[in-house]
Design a protein around this ligand. Sequence first.
Ligand SMILES: C[S@@+](CC[C@H](N)C(=O)[O-])C[C@H]1O[C@@H](n2cnc3c(N)ncnc32)[C@H](O)[C@@H]1O
Length: 396
Amino acid sequence: MRAVDLFCGAGGMSLGFQRAGFDLVQAYDSWEPAVASYRRNIGSHVWLYDLRDVFTVGPMLAALRPDIIVGGPPCQDYSAAGRRIEGENAGMTRAFAMYLCIVRPSWFVMENVRQAQKSHAWADARQMIKAAGYGLTETVLDASWYGTPQSRKRLVIIGRLGERDGFLAAALAAARSKRQTVVGDVLDVPQGHFYMRPFGGGRGVRSAAEPAPAIIRTSRERPWSKYLNSPHPDDPIPAEEAAILTRDQVARIQGFPEGWEWGSATSRDIDQLIANALPSQLAEVVGRVILAREAGTTIPVVEGSFLQWLQRRGRSPQSARNVKSQCNRARRLLGGKTHTRIALEIEALEAIGDFQRLEVRTQSHLRTALRLHADFLLENAQRRGAPPMAITCRVA
Ligand SMILES: C[S@@+](CC[C@H](N)C(=O)[O-])C[C@H]1O[C@@H](n2cnc3c(N)ncnc32)[C@H](O)[C@@H]1O
């Protein structure tokens, strides 16, 4: 799949998608050090552009016809480390939505801080994206459960044209690792503990057997005398005895590999580029989940409560289980794709050769199973007062 990265920074997100198997064809950022770093490590397809200029960039992107647009619009207006006043940066979330409406790629991924989900900017962007026909999976993912030695919780919104909301939630949950990745998995910390500058009154000293806290620009600063004089009561060892991580080590925690080159950037810029990134390991997992669905090798999970719903409507437990497995069979034939309208879903099913070769009776069972599941989803959504089939999930 051909991918474009908007607000690409130094390329954390692009790196992950590239590793997952995407072909990065274009990337944009308005900050010279970001573009220079991206160019040195990922490729020359990166452009220094102000993405507020939708008139110029919109037609360029539309001509490229990418299969997917990914991006992390700036988050300073929302982030816990920022001021939380919605201003120009939040407007970039709206710009991201405008590009989706202009280009209409099959897929998109937008990443941001958790706080963005409740913002006016996302509410506006969401409205545009829904009107353009995208089904959404909106999740908060903790990177430490996706191969990254860092407890970094990010809002990850995945959209695909024509899908039902929530279509990828179960696949993302299934991609979660069995245990959290910890700092000791990627770095050698002889002291066994490291200090990382906390914000918001948190603990400064961590064991290498834990994930690091979310990386910020100042993460690798030494403890100030204020901290040393009044350390956090839960620090396992005194901050003076803990390792201070180097820039390379912090970059590794953020998913930049050894040997990553930072282009024409000041020391402060480099720390900022690192802090801005989406950990490449998390991006890679998200990319793989998308490719698997695109290839039809995963299907959305049918909710367990569907069985009870069927039984409440008079089906025996065995008959309810049969409907569920027929629903799964239909979904596999559909290559995991869902449709917002059941009529479209049945039409898509009937166009599939493997379906046409089934016995008429089996075909009828599969159609009925999909219709029942659609009724179930609609009833659930109405009960919650949500727009039909809107499902927002929280994976981690
Ligand atoms: C959160 S960072 C993106 C990090 C990137 N996804 C990564 O994984 O490394 C947001 C980026 O948006 C860029 N940016 C901010 N305003 C912009 C604008 N008007 N046009 C283009 N890029 C902009 C910043 O320079 C910054 O690199």
